[in-house]
Design a protein around this ligand. Structure first.
Ligand code: OXD
Ligand code: MN
Length: 610
C-alpha cells in the first residue's frame, strides 16, 4: 500500500479488497490517524469521555439515567435529507421516478472532490458491523469509515459492531463499504487549523447509494438517518437491491411475536409510513385477556425464504433509533422503560436535575428546562422544548418485551404481513387481501392523507408504497415485480397479507377506533384468519370480519362506530382508483401488468357494489 499513514489493520484482516478500499479512502480523505473500532467497553468509555471533555455530549444524572448522554445537533442538521439522497444506478430508469438519480461516474467525481482532505486533522474510525446475528443465514456485514465519534457510539448501539463483526469478513466475504464524513476538516488545504464545534457538519450534503457496486457515500451530515449508514442506507436502500438480486426482501417493517391464550405463537411483520405509530405497535400491550405480545423489531425487517419454504424474518438492527416526542407512559410504557439507561438522546430538553424531557413524555411540562438548542425554556416560551424529530438511541436488549426470537439467527417464520397508513376515510379498520397479488396491490397503493379529508370525499393522498418511498434503492415498479415473483415462489407457504387503518374518523373528525392497546383486537382477528377460524365476508376492497367475528368483548364502542369503521363507499373508492391510475402511470412500461389488472378488478368490484 502506498498510503503514507499506517492503516493499523488488525492481523485478522486479510481481505485484500477491504485493505485496498481503506487505503484509497485514507489517501483521499487524509485523516490524522486511523482507529479500528473493536466494540469493547474500554473503547466505549474512552470515546464517551472524549466527547464529554470536548463538550459534545452532556452526561445525564447517573442516579436518574445511568450511562446516558444528551447531544445537541446543529439546528440545521436535524433530520434525513431526502432531496439530498441519491440512487446512482448505471441506468436512470433503474432508479425510477420516486428516487433522485445521478450518473454514478459523475457522482463519484463529485464525491472524490468533496472528500478530498475532508478528514484532515480528524481521526478516521473503521467500524465493522453485522446486520443481524453474527454469521446468520440472513445476516450481512459492512464497514463504515467515519470521522464522527458520535456516529461510532450510535453504531455500537444500533448494530453488532466491532471485532466479532470483523471476524466475519474473510477473503471471500461480500461486505458493504460505506464512507461517511461530517465534511468539516480541522486543518485546511494550506495547513491552517480550524476550530472544532460540538456538532460538525457541512451545508453541502450528499447521501449517495451505488446499488450495482453496493457502495454508500455520505457527506455533510451527522444526523442518524444520514450518518448511521447501517440503517436506511444499507439495511433498506442497498438491502432492497441486494434482495432483488438474491431473492429476498429488505423492508421498512416492525416484527412482532404474538401468543394466544392457548399458547399458539404467531409472527407478524408490519409496514407503516413514518408517524403512524410503528414503535408503539412493536411494543403493544394487548388489552385482550390472555394475549401476549413480544417485540422483535421496530423499524426494519429482512425476509428470506427458509425452512419448509416459509418466509423467515430477522430484525437486522441491535438498537432502536426512535422519535422521543410523543413517547410517554400514557402512550408507550414499554419504550419508556427501555430508556432507563445506556441511551444517547439527541435534541431533547435537559431538566434541572440532569435528566431529559420532551413533549408528550408527561402531561405537565417541568417549570424550567434547557431546550434542544441549549437555551432556557419555560412552559410560556411558546416553542417546543425538544425538537419534533428528537431521538433516542438505545439497545434493543433493554426492551422489557423483547422476544427471545430476536436472538434467533435463522429468523422467525412470518404468518402475516400488515400494511398500514393514516387514513381518515375509506380504508377499513382491517381487511385481508384476496391473495398475494392483491396484497402486493394493497402495499403498492399505501398512502396517508396529508390533511384530514372532508367527509365523503378523498383528500390529497401522499403515496408511500410499502412505506418504502424514501427507502427503495431501485425502481419502485420493479420492486412490486419482485414482490410478485417472491409470492410466486413462496406459493402456498406465502404469509397472508392484511391492510389496517387505526385512523379512520367520524363526521366530526373524531377517531372511530380507540387505538393503542386495543389494536390487539385487530391483531387477534388477523391471527384467527391465519388459523382459519375467523368468519368473514368479501367486500369490494378485500376480506373483512363477518358480523360478530371481531372481538369487542370488554370495550364499549359508540353505536354505529363499527359499521363506519368497515364502511366501503364505492364512489369515494372509485375516485381513489383514478388517483391510483395516475400514480401508476408515472412508472410507464415498468409497471407490472398485474398492478393494472388488480386496479381493473377493484373498479369492477366497486361498480358491482355501488
Ligand atoms: C426512521 C424513519 O428514522 O423512518 O425510522 O425516518
Ligand atoms: Mn423508519
Amino acid at each position: 500500500m502506498k498510503t503514507a499513514i499506517d492503516l493499523n489493520a488488525p492481523e485478522m484482516v486479510t481481505n485484500r479488497a477491504l485493505l485496498h478500499w481503506l487505503s484509497d479512502i485514507v489517501e483521499l480523505t487524509k485523516p490524522a490517524d486511523i482507529r479500528w473500532c473493536n466494540g469493547s467497553q474500554a473503547e466505549w468509555y474512552e470515546l464517551t469521555r472524549q466527547l464529554i471533555d470536548q463538550g459534545v455530549m452532556t452526561q445525564l444524572n447517573p442516579e436518574l439515567r445511568p450511562d446516558s448522554f444528551l447531544v445537541r445537533s446543529d439546528p440545521d442538521d436535524v433530520a434525513r435529507v431526502e432531496d439530498r439522497t441519491f440512487i446512482c444506478s448505471v441506468n436512470e430508469a433503474d432508479a425510477g421516478p420516486t428516487n433522485n438519480w445521478r450518473d454514478p461516474d459523475q457522482m463519484i467525481d463529485k464525491l472524490r472532490e468533496l472528500f478530498d482532505g475532508c478528514m484532515r486533522g480528524r481521526t478516521m474510525y473503521v467500524v465493522p458491523f453485522s446486520m443481524g446475528p453474527l454469521g446468520g443465514p440472513i445476516s450481512q456485514v459492512g464497514i463504515q469509515l467515519t470521522d464522527s465519534p458520535y456516529a461510532v457510539l450510535n453504531m455500537r448501539i444500533m448494530t453488532r459492531m466491532g471485532d466479532d463483526a470483523l471476524r466475519q469478513i474473510d477473503d471471500d466475504t461480500n461486505w458493504v463499504p460505506a464512507v461517511h464524513s461530517v465534511g468539516m476538516p480541522l486543518i485546511d488545504a494550506v495547513g491552517n487549523t480550524i476550530d472544532d464545534v460540538p456538532w460538525p457538519c457541512n451545508t453541502t450534503k450528499y447521501i449517495c447509494h451505488f446499488p450495482e457496486s453496493r457502495e454508500i457515500w455520505s457527506y455533510g451530515s451527522g444526523y442518524g438517518g444520514n450518518a448511521l449508514l447501517s440503517k436506511k442506507c444499507f439495511a433498506l436502500r442497498i438491502g432492497s437491491f441486494m434482495g432483488k438480486q438474491e431473492g429476498w426482501l429488505a423492508e421498512h417493517m416492525l416484527i412482532l411475536k404474538l401468543t394466544n391464550p392457548v399458547g399458539k405463537v404467531f409472527h407478524v411483520a408490519a409496514a407503516f409510513p413514518s408517524a403512524c405509530g410503528k414503535t408503539n405497535l412493536a411494543m403493544i400491550t394487548p388489552t385482550i385477556p390472555g394475549w401476549k405480545a413480544e417485540t422483535i423489531g421496530d423499524d426494519i425487517a429482512w425476509l428470506r425464504p427458509g425452512k419448509g419454504g416459509r418466509l423467515f424474518a430477522i430484525n437486522p438492527e441491535a438498537g432502536f433509533f426512535g422519535v422521543a416526542p410523543g413517547t410517554g407512559y400514557a402512550t408507550n410504557e414499554v419504550a419508556m422503560d427501555t430508556l432507563w439507561g445506556n441511551t444517547i438522546f439527541t435534541n431533547v430538553a435537559l431538566t434541572d436535575d440532569g435528566d431529559v424531557w420532551w413533549e408528550g413524555m408527561t402531561d405537565k411540562a417541568p417549570d424550567h428546562l434547557i431546550d434542544w438548542r441549549g437555551d432556557d425554556w419555560t412552559p410560556s416560551s411558546g416553542r417546543p422544548a425538544a425538537h419534533p424529530n428528537a431521538r433516542f438511541t438505545v439497545p434493543v436488549e433493554q426492551c422489557p418485551t423483547l422476544s427471545d426470537d430476536w436472538f434467533e439467527s435463522a429468523g422467525v417464520p412470518i404468518d402475516a404481513i400488515i400494511f398500514g397508513g393514516r387514513r381518515a376515510t375509506n380504508v377499513p379498520l382491517v381487511a385481508e387481501a384476496f391473495d398475494w397479488k392483491h396484497g402486493v396491490f394493497l402495499g403498492a397503493t399505501m398512502s396517508s392523507e396529508q390533511t384530514a379529508a372532508a367527509e365523503g370525499t378523498v383528500g390529497a393522498l401522499r403515496r408511500d408504497p410499502f412505506a418504502m418511498l424514501p427507502f427503495c434503492g431501485y425502481n419502485m415498479a420493479d420492486y412490486w415485480g419482485h414482490w410478485l415473483s417472491m409470492g410466486k415462489s413462496l406459493g402456498k407457504n406465502a404469509p397472508k397479507i392484511f391492510q389496517v387503518n387505526w385512523f379512520r374518523k367520524d363526521d366530526n373528525g373524531k377517531f372511530l377506533w380507540p387505538g393503542f392497546g386495543e389494536n390487539s383486537r385487530v391483531l387477534e382477528w388477523i391471527c384467527r384468519r391465519v388459523e382459519g377460524t375467523a368468519k368473514t365476508y368479501e367486500a369490494a376492497i378485500g376480506i373483512v370480519p363477518a358480523r360478530g367475528s371481531f372481538n369487542l368483548e370488554g370495550i364499549e364502542m359508540p353505536r354505529g362506530a363499527m359499521m363506519k369503521l368497515f364502511n366501503v363507499n364505492p364512489p369515494s373508492w372509485l375516485d381513489e382508483c383514478d388517483q391510483t391510475e395516475e400514480f401508476f402511470s408515472t412508472f410507464g412500461d415498468r409497471l407490472p401488468v398485474e398492478m393494472t389488472k388488480q386496479l381493473g378488478a377493484l373498479r369492477r368490484r366497486l361498480k358491482k357494489a355501488a
